[in-house]
Design a binder for this molecule. Structure first.
Ligand code: PLP
Length: 422
């Protein structure tokens, strides 16, 4: 098919995929196409939309901020939306995170976190440069973020540019000790600067879940080895796993915490990397070479910061925690229908996120089933994008029980329509 648009889309094989529907309006859990069709956004537009599309208070804050400010250089100048946001984040984040560095995306939040960790040891004159990661992790698509993520078809062409990391096996149920032992061994070599991890659930790696006890143990081991613990909460933050940040469930404070997606309620791009006072102080010096050398043109965009401040206000003033708890139970109750169904495996939830694996005959079949599943759901007016054989639902918190029912009914129908034998 010849492209009908000069746009080059993310994660899109233009030779195989049909032209996408054009969205002209978004509200709550719904998207509307130019031909008037409604699509239920069951994946929160790639995991960013938390409360719902165009949350009124967030949109009003954007309009208000745009009335007085646009981008202002953030070295040498400051503005209230950023000042206020930093105070709010420090108050909300796990105790001990005291400094906030603002950037534009989850990937940049991760790059900033890795640079903070390396800078911390360099400024203290310690030879620690290696990074450990969990197998199957995903931390973004820039070169550094890809380096700490799982290797595969998605990044094979760029492998020559990616740096080597220590890979710790995923703590599969019953195999947690192997993970902890491997982490202890990696830390024991004395050259480990940081361990970066998605707390409680590996998102793009297939919605793989592990328990808060394991997260707490990993945190303890990393502290004992003298390395820094970096929590990538880009997906898990802002209620996704049931608590504001996933780390709360393990009672841990990471040395560095990355947040983005839900930071503005998903309305506009913004990211924050939070760090402890110790890490900031390692960069605090009359010696200019110890400066944290990182910036991007749009650092601390005032309009985005105002959106994030409004998001914090929504969390404070509205019963968001109750909505998250209700959605978490609604998901758990519904995904359970696939337990014992031979067409599915491994029904699971982590807070508001539900996932189930499709029992597909083989991996070759799998490559083709993803796009067919997407088309099937779309023909039912549902935006669902399985990760390989993993079907997951991560809707905005405003989704209703009836909307969830329509999603689960479609999942139940999918294997038969696509000809996957019972
Ligand atoms: C999405 C994601 C990222 C990357 O965020 P972008 O905004 O897409 O750059 C990093 N880490 C995790 C855990 C993510 O889910």
């Amino acid at each position: 098919m010849t492209p009908t648009s000069p746009l080059w889309r993310p994660f899109t094989q233009h030779a195989l995929e049909p032209a996408p529907p054009k969205i002209v309006r978004a509200e709550n859990a719904w998207l509307e196409t130019e031909s008037g069709e409604k699509i239920l956004d069951a994946i929160s537009s790639w995991w960013v939309t938390t409360h719902g599309h165009r949350q009124p208070k967030i949109m009003a804050a954007i309009a208000e901020a745009a009335g007085t400010l646009d981008q202002i250089i953030f070295a040498g100048l400051t503005h209230e939306p950023a000042e206020r946001l930093a105070r709010e984040l420090v108050a909300l984040a796990p105790e001990g995170l005291a400094h906030v560095f603002l950037s534009d995306s989850g990937s940049t939040a991760v790059e900033v976190g890795l640079k903070m960790a390396l800078g911390f040891f360099a400024n203290r004159g310690e030879e620690r440069t290696r990074v450990a990661v969990l197998e199957g992790g995903y931390h973004g698509d820039t070169i550094g973020a890809m380096s700490v993520g799982e290797r595969g078809v998605f990044n094979a062409p760029y492998a020559p540019l990616l740096f080597e990391v220590e890979r710790i096996p995923f703590p599969a149920p019953g195999a947690e000790q192997a993970t902890l032992d491997a982490l202890e061994a990696a830390g024991g070599r004395g050259d480990l600067a940081a361990f970066i991890v998605e707390p409680l659930i590996l998102g793009a790696g297939g919605m793989k879940m592990y328990g808060p006890e394991t997260l707490a143990e990993m945190r303890r081991i990393v502290r004992d080895t003298g390395a820094l613990f970096v929590a990538d909460e880009v997906m898990t933050g802002w209620g996704r796993t049931g608590t504001l940040f996933a780390c709360e469930q393990a009672g841990v404070t990471p040395d560095i915490l990355c947040t983005s997606k839900g930071l503005t309620g998903g309305a506009v791009p913004l990211a924050a990397t939070l760090a402890t006072a110790e890490i900031f102080e390692a960069h605090y010096s009359p010696d200019r070479t110890k400066t944290f050398f990182h910036s991007s043109s749009f650092t601390a965009n005032p309009i985005a910061c105002a959106a994030a401040v409004a998001n914090v206000g929504v969390w404070r003033d509205e019963p968001v925690a109750e909505r998250v708890a209700a959605l978490s139970s609604a998901q758990a109750a519904r995904i359970a229908r696939f337990e014992g169904d031979p067409r599915f495996r491994n029904a699971r939830t982590s807070g508001t996120i539900a996932a189930v694996d499709l029992a597909v005959p083989d991996a070759g079949y799998l490559a083709e089933v993803g796009p067919r599943l997407r088309a099937f759901f779309l023909s039912h007016g549902l935006l669902v994008r399985p990760l390989g054989d993993v079907i997951y639902l991560m809707p905005p918190y405003c989704v209703t029980d009836a909307e969830l029912d329509s999603l689960y009914d479609a999942i139940a129908e999918a294997p038969d329509v696509l000809g996957i034998a019972r």
